[in-house]
Structures are given as C-alpha cells and as structure tokens.
Design a protein around this ligand. Structure first.
Ligand code: AGP
Length: 371
C-alpha cells in the first residue's frame, strides 16, 4: 500500500530516501574507546596484525561496494587487496593461507556463490570476515568476524541503501585493519571515522537531486543505451549506475573507466547518446579532474549528451555538461556515497517511464540462493 511505501510511488524511492539513516545506523557504535569495533570478532589482535593479503568476494552490487574497499584498504593499510566476483573466485585456485583475510559482502547473507567462496576460503585456512545486512544469516554464521550493515529490510529487488551501508562497512573494516597493523594511529582513525559520520548529512543534501533526476529519467526513457564513465572511486560507481539501469529499465547500459575510452568504448559514442559522468573532486583529485574534463570534451564533440555529476561549485565542468547534477563536496574516498544517489533515482525513473515495476524487475530475485 501507499502507506507502507511511506507515501512514495515505489519502495525503491523510499529506500533511496532512507539512505542517510541506513548510514547512521551502520556507523553507530563502531567507534568506541578510540578504536573501531566489529560486531562479532573471533579473531585475535595478532591474527588481524598478521594479515598480509585481502580478497574481497561478492556478487552484483555488493561486488561494486567491494571494488571500493580496495581503494580504501590499500591506501590506509598498505596491504594488497584483490576484489573478485564470488562465482569466479570459488572456481579458480586462489592462493590463500592463514594470513589471508577474505571479506565476504552480502546483503542477504545467503547468496550461494558468496557462501561457497567463504567455505572454500575456510578450507584453505584463510580468515573470513562477513559484511551482511541480515542478522544470523548463513554467511556471517560461517565467518570468523562479522560487521552488520544496519540498513533495515530492503524490499526493492534493486539494492540501494544496502549498497551505501556496505561501502561504509568496508571502510570500517579498512580502518580496523589499519589500526591493528599500526598503519594508522588512533587519532587518524578517529578523524576518518568523523568524516564517515558526516556522510549521512551529505547524502541527505544529495537527495535534493531527486526531482531533477526524476525529470531527466522521463526525458531519457526512449534512449537505446546509456553509458557511465568514472575514474578512481568513480569507476565502481559507474558500474553500479549501469547495473541499476539494466536491472530496472531493461536498457543496455555499460560502465567504463574513463581512461579506457580511447581503447575502445569511444567508438560507441554517437549523436544523442546519453553518457553519465562521475566527476572526480576538483580539489582532492585535480589531475584526475582535468583528465576527465578532456574525456567529456571528446565525447561531447562526438555528439554525446553529457550528464555530469560534479561537486557543487565546480564551474569548470559547466560548459561541457548538457545536464549538471550537483553533489556536495566530500573527501575523495567518500564521494561514492553521494555520487551513487542520483544514478539510483535515474534508473528507477527511466524504468517507471517505460512502464516497468521498479520494485520487482523481471527475471530477478532478491536473494540468489541457487547458482
Ligand atoms: C543489486 O541491485 C542486485 N539485486 C544484485 O546484484 C545483488 O546485489 C546480488 O545478487 C548480491 O546479493 P547479496 O548482497 O544478497 O549477496
């Protein structure tokens, strides 16, 4: 009923708007006595200190959140991180040992491939840490440590608030590791946690783009395809934007690393093709920002319709944006928490304009317990 949807036309929009609370609830209580605390912890401090390799395994949207974990963990902990689709990881012969940490990310905690990846890791004596939104699900039950995302139940098949909560949880894991290994002091961890804790407000502010994205969604409903471009942490966001559009609007969509344009994808650009671009921070990532500006110039010259998600006050991008979507300026690693939001709304609105059920897309199930 409309009441269950909190007055919204569909659950997904309600869940998009619940993202600030999902983040607040996920962060709550995890910084205590000068350090990061997990929900369940069956590993010793020494175990954590000894970790010399991290594998992140997940499927779909959870995998996209995992890609972001790599940027944070390598930067903060100086430990090599590989991110892999659970369905690939488990059938490969990954090199694992007692000092390997496998981070399994799953909203449901029941995804068959992710669960089997966890089991495989354990037979190789690797340590397993689960990030999960469902209390007591199978994956956390079989893990050595657990961090629960507290996004609340997600009714829409398309993951939204659980994605943002997973990103935050990944960063908490990164900080916990950095702390255990001594690559970050307590005051630095406190500062990073403080930056994370400011994100619910930034996301709240970003919800100001909902109206703009709904209108744009209606305009783009007849497009044949949409491309998404990002760099650095904007790249996983581009992949997620494309996945949302595929699953909801049944529209061909691809996410690319902008640096790859010249290596193939630029051939796809034609007159009127909508391209969504996640702009790196002008201050935080000046070099990447200028590279992205030239990418936009190139595709615009070839007729693309550019939809640019950029920090508010980023005037340099204005001349190249057919549609400018402004998001708050936040620290680089945290930008995905805001840049994802307009893409979620865009995908949902394109789907609606095409007459589809946003909460129950065809052929998809909320949790994939068979391969
Ligand atoms: C996301 O919108 C999809 N519903 C899907 O990719 C999902 O993220 C994936 O199936 C993983 O599910 P899980 O988090 O429950 O493991």
């Amino acid at each position: 009923s409309a009441a269950e949807k909190g007055g919204h036309d569909y659950f997904m929009l309600k869940e998009i708007e619940e993202q600030p609370e999902a983040l607040e609830n996920t962060l709550r209580g995890h910084f205590h006595d000068g350090g990061i605390v997990l929900d369940e912890q069956r590993l010793t401090e020494q175990d954590l200190r000894d970790i010399d390799k991290v594998f992140v395994v997940a499927c779909g949207t959870a995998y996209h959140s995992g890609l972001l974990a790599k940027y944070a963990i390598e930067h903060w902990c100086r430990i090599p991180v590989e991110v892999e689709l659970a369905s690939e990881f488990r059938y490969r012969d990954p090199v694992l040992g007692r000092d390997t940490l496998v981070v399994a990310i799953s909203q449901s905690g029941e995804t068959a491939d992710t669960l089997e990846a966890v089991r495989h890791a354990r037979t190789q004596r690797a340590r397993v840490l689960a990030i999960c939104n469902t209390n007591g699900a199978q994956i956390p039950r079989e893990s050595d440590a657990v961090l629960y995302t507290h996004a609340g139940p997600e009714i829409g098949v398309a993951a939204t608030k659980t994605f943002l909560a997973q990103i935050a949880a990944n960063y908490l894991v990164g900080l916990a590791l950095a702390q255990a290994r001594g690559t970050k002091y307590s005051d630095e961890v406190a500062r990073e946690f403080g930056a994370l804790a400011a994100m619910p407000d930034a996301v709240r502010k970003t919800l100001g783009t909902v109206g703009q994205m709904r209108a744009l969604g209606k305009e783009l409903a007849d497009s044949k395809a949409v491309l998404f471009l990002g760099r650095h942490v904007g790249y996983p966001v581009a992949l997620e934007g494309a996945l949302k559009l595929k699953e909801l609007a049944y529209m061909h969509a691809e996410g690319f690393a902008a640096g790859e344009l010249k290596h193939g994808p630029i051939a796809l650009i034609e007159d009127g093709l909508p391209v969504v671009i996640v702009m790196p921070s002008a201050k935080g990532r000046a070099l990447l920002h200028s590279k992205m500006l030239s990418n936009i110039r190139e595709i615009q010259a070839r007729g693309a319709r550019t939809i640019v998600i950029a920090e508010e006050g980023d005037e340099t991008v204005r001349p190249f944006a057919d549609e400018l979507v402004e998001i708050p300026a936040v620290p680089t690693l945290l930008q995905p928490l805001v840049s994802t939001v307009p893409m979620q709304v865009l995908a949902a609105e394109i789907a609606r304009a095409r007459g589809y059920d946003v909460d129950k897309p065809r052929n998809l199930a909320k949790s994939v317990t068979v391969e």
